[in-house]
Write a protein that binds this ligand. Structure first.
Ligand SMILES: [Zn+2]
Ligand SMILES: [Zn+2]
Length: 243
């Protein structure tokens, strides 16, 4: 019975982690801020975020009872004996790979005009995101976003620990994308294949570009990669040189 608290818990702790980190960065490294304008959370962002923590808890409880009922393919952490380390590591990467494609496709679907107006618009009301924006969306979107965890648990015979690691990583990366600071402005070379906070911030800014979560290949493959990205990244790097 861990999923009922793990799904909302990892999301909440990830938000708190970046809230604290942002306070430090504001004092020590203000030049890493992507948009210099203030991006304080709104009441709406708090409200939808806590509503979605409730959605995550319900889905987590559903996973817990499904596990007790024996409906999950995922190998329970209690039932598992000696863990094969390589199988565990490969399983985490399989989860991340499937989620990367799942996120891109569902995100493109959410931008179909009808779904955008009825569901996804709530998330897009924040044009200059902050850590509380990460889970501020319509509860239907909450089900879609967290839905990847039960999908993996129901269909893949992978270790439960791999799904736990994946869930924590996914939560942290989701908030990083909305934190408003580019933590990788200096260590950029050789990492073009990975998305950044700037990448997702431009999605909130321009709406029709940058739909991916971890890898930039999907946006590049389907022609949705922001044409303004490289220029903005260079400006951020220049601004931070020597600081
Ligand atoms: Zn969007
Ligand atoms: Zn977003």
């Amino acid at each position: 019975m861990i999923w009922g608290w793990l799904l909302p818990g990892s999301a909440f702790i990830s938000v708190l982690f970046f809230v604290i980190l942002n306070k430090l960065l504001k004092r020590k490294r203000p030049k890493l801020k992507i948009d210099e304008k203030e991006n304080l959370p709104s009441f709406k962002e708090y409200a939808f975020t806590f509503l979605n923590f409730g959605v995550f808890a319900l889905i987590g409880l559903g996973m817990d009872y499904s596990q007790i009922g024996g409906f999950l393919k995922m190998e329970s952490i209690r039932a598992a004996g000696e863990q094969n380390r390589w199988f565990l590591i490969v399983s985490v990467f399989v989860c991340l790979g499937i989620h990367d494609i799942y996120f891109y496709l569902t995100h493109r679907l959410l931008h179909i005009p009808f779904l955008f107006k009825k569901v996804h618009l709530i998330h897009h009301t924040s044009t200059n995101p902050n850590p509380w924006t990460a889970f501020s969306f319509h509860p239907i979107e909450g089900v879609i976003q967290i839905g990847i965890v039960p999908i993996l648990a129901f269909f893949l015979p992978i270790p439960e620990l791999a799904v736990i690691i994946f869930t924590v990583f996914m939560s942290l990366l989701s908030v990083y994308g909305h934190c408003g600071y580019e933590l990788r402005a200096e260590k950029w070379k050789g990492f073009e294949v990975f998305n950044t906070a700037l990448h997702h911030q431009q999605h909130h800014q321009f709406v029709r570009y940058n739909f991916g979560i971890y890898l930039s290949i999907w946006d590049k493959l389907f022609g949705t990669f922001s044409p303004f990205y490289q220029k903005s990244l260079k400006q951020l790097i220049e601004k931070n040189k020597g600081s």
